[in-house]
Design a protein around this ligand. Structure first.
Ligand code: SF4
Length: 170
């Protein structure tokens, strides 16, 4: 039987959600036996970005034109698009500044006169731009939730996860 192809990628994010896959140390071999990891820049030296995927796990907020273009790509190229983690689901850390100081002032505060000219807009979650098929919340998501999602994909279903902003204890 053909293995489902898997993409794991990030937009504006810290990559912590993607690292959850590497935290599945005991299960990693079985995951690799059951899925074809087709696109995973964090773990591949030469990923092919032009493929179609059965499942795309994408982390991060949308905060640049490049992010938006990548999100549209993964939406169009994937049978199932999963919002992977709090940044993808709620905007996360990047979106926290939306309610405070405007970005140009923040850039000036951090970089002074050498503030870079960045093409960006207020960081936002995926739902502002595309439909998603499922979401795993958490910052980063729990390993068990990722395994449950992958198991459900193999079974032809999708689990519903409770939505919380950062962690279950918060
Ligand atoms: Fe990093 Fe948390 Fe955002 Fe995941 S949800 S990319 S761990 S800040």
């Amino acid at each position: 039987m053909k293995k489902p192809s898997l993409a794991i990628a990030g937009l504006t994010a810290c990559s912590g959600c993607q690292l959850t896959l590497f935290n599945c140390e005991d299960e990693l071999r079985e995951i690799l036996e059951r899925f074809e990891v087709a696109y995973f820049p964090m773990g591949q030296s030469d990923p092919d970005p032009k493929r179609h995927y059965d499942v795309a796990l994408v982390e991060g907020a949308v905060s640049t034109p490049g992010d938006l273009s990548a999100l549209f790509h993964f939406r169009n190229a994937s049978r199932l698009l999963i919002a992977f983690g709090t940044c993808a689901l709620h905007g996360g850390i990047a979106a926290q500044k939306n309610r405070s100081t405007p970005r140009p002032a923040l850039l000036r505060e951090v970089y002074g006169d050498r503030a870079p000219q960045l093409e960006s807009f207020p960081p936002a979650p995926f739902k502002n731009f595309v439909s998603v098929d499922a979401a795993i919340t958490g910052c980063p998501p729990e390993k068990g939730d990722l395994l449950r999602l992958l198991g459900a994909v193999l079974a032809g279903t999708l689990p519903a996860f409770p939505s919380y902003p950062v962690c279950l204890e918060c």
